[in-house]
Write a protein that binds this ligand. Structure first.
Ligand SMILES: [Fe+2]
Length: 283
């Protein structure tokens, strides 16, 4: 398994399979949506196994519902474990959320109340998922549109304590921080600074739809300047963390995504250069 040359990646989308194969070497790694590749023998799994020969793959799920009070879906976990055994991913990630209740899937990544009770619950569930998968899980912060009056701590305090208790790693979605910070009038930099440095395994970058009074996390637009600025701060804080762009709708050409990834490369290179580091130390 290759984990050393991992820097800038893209979400693996079917529209780009053939181009990725025809034009190798433009991207260091890909993130595959776990649920799209769980069916044995299907064409998607055929492509994933083919591309896996040339690229490290991270598996990223949306259905774990690790924060739910429904029982953990053991069939889903078994399918995910079987996929991981076939693909040998660098890591497996999913979101700090619940996706429904009493078996009803809301098809959304719903935030948790940030309470001690919820923390106990989700930390226990992450530990059980990790036992089932036989590996450490990588947990991602979600974007949100609601908060709970019952919350007793900030989202970043909750996530940091979850990582400590469950001994899991973190996927820091910079766009999600930007979206939630705007929607809830939070300080995005405080969020970043609240993430435990040694747990951040991956960054997500994405576009969104700004509606004036609120932002919707649509993943169907290019990344905006404010998210690039926040990414610059994340690189300052966490260094050379594997970074990828999530584009889930209105999928552009492969070249367009490669150009956007070049912006990320440029920001990381500039932010981590010795000149910048010297200037930062002097300021
Ligand atoms: Fe994300």
């Amino acid at each position: 398994m290759c984990t050393t040359a991992v820097d800038f990646g893209l979400g693996l989308r079917p529209q780009h399979y053939e181009e990725i194969e025809a034009r190798p070497g433009r991207v260091s790694w890909f993130e595959a949506l776990s649920e799209n590749y769980m069916e044995p023998g299907g064409n998607p799994l055929h492509w994933l196994e083919k591309l896996r020969r040339d690229y490290p793959i991270a598996l990223h799920g949306v259905s774990l519902s690790v924060g739910s009070i429904d029982p953990l879906d053991t069939d889903y976990l078994a399918s995910l474990k079987a996929l991981a055994e076939r693909i040998q991913p660098m890591w497996i990630s999913d979101h700090l959320c619940f996706t429904g209740l009493r078996g009803i899937n809301m098809h959304d990544l719903l935030p948790l109340p940030y309470t001690g009770e919820a923390l106990d619950h989700v930390a226990d569930r992450v530990l059980r998922v990790q036992d089932a998968l036989g590996r450490r899980l990588v947990i991602e912060n979600v974007s949100s549109y609601i908060t709970y009056a019952a919350s007793e701590m900030t989202e970043w305090e909750f996530i940091a304590e979850l990582a400590r208790r469950a001994d899991c790693d973190l996927l820091l979605d910079v766009n999600n921080v930007y979206v939630s910070a705007f929607n809830h009038e939070l300080d995005a930099l405080s969020f970043l600074r609240g993430m435990p440095h040694d747990r951040v395994r991956q960054f997500h970058l994405a576009g969104h739809a700004h509606k004036g009074s609120h932002i919707i996390d649509t993943h169907d637009h290019p990344i905006v300047d404010g998210v690039w600025s926040l990414y610059r701060e994340a690189v300052k804080l966490f260094g050379n963390v594997p970074t990828m762009i999530e584009r889930d709708d209105n999928i552009p050409s492969y070249d367009e995504l490669l150009a956007e990834l070049d912006i990320a490369r440029g920001i990381a290179r500039e932010t981590m250069s010795p000149v910048h580091a010297t200037a930062s130390a002097a300021s």
